[in-house]
Design a protein around this ligand. Structure first.
Ligand code: FHN
Length: 427
């Protein structure tokens, strides 16, 4: 009996040890900010943009390192204008940017001192785009997050190798701890020299899930340098200890249409989902399958109904410009947000989870019913808290809301309908 109790105590102690991270007050405040912000711009940009074939081109075309390195002298984004990017972000109604400081090809988009494989030392451009963007974001009141790939197809010490990057031609040896030191040193630079960051968006853990990634060390380094910076990792699992938000790729929380979430589980952290405008993350000159503005707005609304942010991606061109098809769509969403943002910013999902007809968001005693896809005039809702009025957000016109046993029926005549999203405010 005594032994069993002792074992139980040990099990509890071990569980407690495994859950050691206590977010600081600044961090908790930043999480609130993040959840209120709702909409951000994802940017995949690196030397790969020169080939216009996405950010996986090195792996997909089996390009060995010496060949791939020849892209750097060709990467000269002289038309990059951070003020133009950040203004566009604001026009789109976005509140933050998450840009690739380093993608899987290991190329650093800042002037790292940890090696020459970076934009300042290896390209004719020679400028630190992360610094330029960080300064402009600060000026215009936009938060900057950095996407950082843990997976590295270029570094010799990323060894043993994982599932990808096997054709880069690296030596059959390496010291993974030395690689992790290199990564931590790079992160230290980013969290020290670029002002206050919104957070770090990790990706690539999935390349070797069984490796010893030393996450507690890396995560506590970040939290000690910038306690408010939020850590998230796109490992497609339930959040790990030390993380501050959870992301989903090309899917709403709880869904798995893109195949990334077979082992994922929704945790208790703020949520975000990311998606592309065409199919590609990095610039792809032949991918013209653009989503429409209404499609993107509805995705943003459904994400908000799932209590998640939407991080919408662009892959800038090698000259530093964002292609016109993306600009046009971002502006289109921005015009909608300027009119309807009240039903998205600062809200939380619910009270009823999203349904095939649409989604609900709520804040300050109001429920926003977003009717996205419902052909009929009458829409039956389940039991909600008692309401005193139902109005269209667009015009303030009253909406007939009929109380029935077990719920509420809204009457939405054709004249009240908006082809993108009919928003009824219940108060
Ligand atoms: O491999 C990456 C991919 O290139 C891109 O960065 C996306 C963004 O969520 N994440 C990875 C795949 O899970």
């Amino acid at each position: 009996m005594r032994v069993r109790r002792l074992l139980l105590i040990c099990a509890f102690a071990l569980a407690a040890l495994a859950q050691t991270y206590k977010p600081s007050p600044e961090n908790l405040k930043a999480r609130q900010w993040f959840q209120d912000a709702k909409f951000g711009l994802f940017v995949h940009w690196g030397v790969y943009s020169v080939l216009g074939d996405g950010e996986w081109v090195m792996n997909n075309r089996k390009i060995p390192i010496p060949e791939y390195e020849k892209l750097a002298p060709r990467f000269n984004p002289t038309e990059f204008d951070p003020a133009e990017w950040v203004s566009l972000v604001k026009e789109a109604g976005m509140k933050y940017i998450t840009i690739t400081s380093k993608h899987h090809d290991g190329f650093a988009m800042w002037g790292t001192k940890q090696g020459p494989w970076n934009i300042v030392d290896a390209t004719p451009y020679k400028k630190d785009v992360i610094k330029m963007l960080a300064e402009e974001c600060r000026k215009q009141g936009i938060k900057l997050f950095l996407y950082h790939s843990q997976l590295d197809w270029h570094h010799p010490d990323y060894y043993p190798r994982g599932r990808t990057g096997l054709t880069a031609g690296r030596p059959e040896r390496g010291d993974f701890n030395r690689y992790l030191d290199y990564m931590d040193n790079q992160l230290r630079e980013l969290l020290t020299n670029y002002g206050e960051l919104g957070g770090i968006w990790f990706d690539g853990w999935w390349d070797k899930p069984n490796a010893e990634w030393r996450l507690p060390k890396t995560y506590s380094l970040i939290h000690s340098l910038q306690p408010a910076a939020l850590i998230g990792s796109n490992h497609h699992r339930k959040p790990f200890d030390g993380e501050d938000f959870q992301m989903f790729e090309k899917d709403l929380p709880g869904q798995n249409t893109a195949g990334f979430n077979a082992e994922s589980e929704i945790g208790r952290l703020p949520l975000e989902t990311c998606d592309t405008i065409n199919r590609a993350w990095g610039y792809n000159s032949s991918d013209t399958r653009y989503k429409s503005v209404p499609e993107l707005i509805r995705y943003l609304v459904r994400a908000a109904g799932h209590n998640a942010n939407f991080l919408l991606n662009v892959g800038p061109m090698p000259n530093g410009k964002i292609q016109p098809e993306f600009v046009e769509r971002l502006r289109g969403i921005g015009q909608w947000m300027a009119k309807n943002g009240e039903s998205v910013y600062g809200t939380r999902g619910g009270p009823i989870p999203p349904r095939p007809w649409g989604a609900m968001t709520q804040k300050g005693g109001k429920i926003y019913v977003h009717v996205l896809d419902w052909p009929d005039e009458l829409l039956a809702l389940p039991q909600l808290p008692p309401i005193k009025s139902a109005k269209l957000l667009s015009s303030g016109a009253s909406v007939e809301a009929i109380k029935v046993k077990g719920g509420l029926v809204l009457r939405l005549p054709p004249a009240a309908r908006d082809p993108v999203d009919t928003i009824v405010v219940l108060e």
